[in-house]
Design a protein around this ligand. Structure first.
Ligand code: AMP
Length: 307
């Protein structure tokens, strides 16, 4: 069961109240791929990097079973660069720099060997490129999930609205859901988004968990309360990787199974924030993941008797 992952591979400068990290590896597709590779063997990456991106990082992804045949390497340009600074609550951040660099003239090409993939994760990227990947697929995947952010709402809203009509699930955080709909109420925002194309909507609320909406159904999963959060960068993408990895592994896209996938995504995101960048994701084992999933079961497990 294969999963195509589309998105950025990047260098990030990150500042949190607890420390600073310069030019570490990041990017939406990087986090998604690392997380999903824990669940399935066939993660197929589509992205672009510059001459500065370390070959060792591409090799490492491959060692995790991620195909990088769809990652273009541009010899004479730098990789996408993003810098962000977190506020004291670690839940909100300011983007300080977004240098598109190689992304400016990216024209993603889906390798022939990726055709037939049943799952497609459109990670955070220019909406028109997300659309181009959907259009190149000869068979529509069973499930198309799209992640985006305020940057694209501000610079490419029309393209974003167009690609939204082509996907099954949208993943955004609460402030992005509000920005997209001009609604303060999350429930009203969700209702509006579900008329814009996606049948399912996931609203991520950082340390306050995530909500899944479909028709009149709503499901909520908390985030695991952690003693230490070092760096929330990539938590959303890691969540997406866990969510898609679980669905692709189980080949079941029902609402019930999406609930489990949300818990798996939340468990993966809880690892991501424990260290800077992708560091923690690179070291976790299957046992670590199982242990974390058990922690979630304990966290939400209660008996209630209604008289
Ligand atoms: P997250 O914290 O899950 O929102 O993801 C952070 C990652 O997204 C960082 O590693 C950045 O390199 C990447 N990123 C930041 N801005 C953008 C953007 N406008 N488009 C695509 N990826 C981005």
């Amino acid at each position: 069961m294969s999963l195509i992952v589309v998105g950025t591979m990047a260098f990030d400068d990150i500042e949190t109240p607890f420390g600073k990290s310069d030019r570490i590896i990041g990017g939406s597709a990087t986090y998604v791929a690392y997380a999903a590779s824990n669940f399935i063997d066939s993660v197929e990456q589509i992205s672009i990097v510059g001459n500065d991106f370390p070959q060792a990082e591409l090799d490492y992804l491959q060692s995790k079973g991620v195909s990088v045949d769809g990652v273009e390497i541009v010899k004479d340009k730098p990789s996408f660069f993003w810098a962000g600074k977190y506020h004291m609550d670690m839940n909100t951040r300011d983007t300080l720099v977004t240098d598109l660099n190689v992304l400016m003239d990216f024209n993603p090409i889906v390798p022939e060997s990726y055709q037939g993939a049943e799952f497609l994760m459109l990670g955070n990227l220019m909406p028109k490129l997300q659309k181009s990947v959907i259009e190149q697929l000869k068979t529509r995947p069973k499930l198309i999930v799209l992640d985006t952010m305020n940057f694209w709402m501000e610079t490419a809203l029309d393209d974003l609205k167009e690609v939204l009509t082509m996907v099954d699930v949208l993943m955004v955080n609460d402030s992005e859901a509000r920005q997209l709909t001009n609604e303060f109420s999350i429930v009203k925002a969700a209702k509006k988004i579900l008329t814009m194309g996606p049948k399912y909507l996931i609203i991520k609320k950082g340390e306050h968990g995530a909500l899944l909406f479909n028709e009149n159904n709503v499901f909520f999963a908390p985030a695991l309360p952690l003693e230490e959060v070092f760096d929330p960068t990539g938590a959303g993408d890691t969540f997406a990787g866990g969510f898609m990895g679980h669905l692709a592994k189980t080949k079941d896209i029902s609402f019930e199974n999406m609930k489990t996938a949300i818990i798996v995504g939340s468990a993966m995101a809880s690892f991501c924030v424990e260290k800077f960048g992708t560091e923690r994701l690179k070291e976790i084992s299957k046992e670590d993941i199982e242990g974390r999933l058990n922690d979630f079961v304990q966290l939400v497990n209660f008996d209630i008797k209604l008289a």
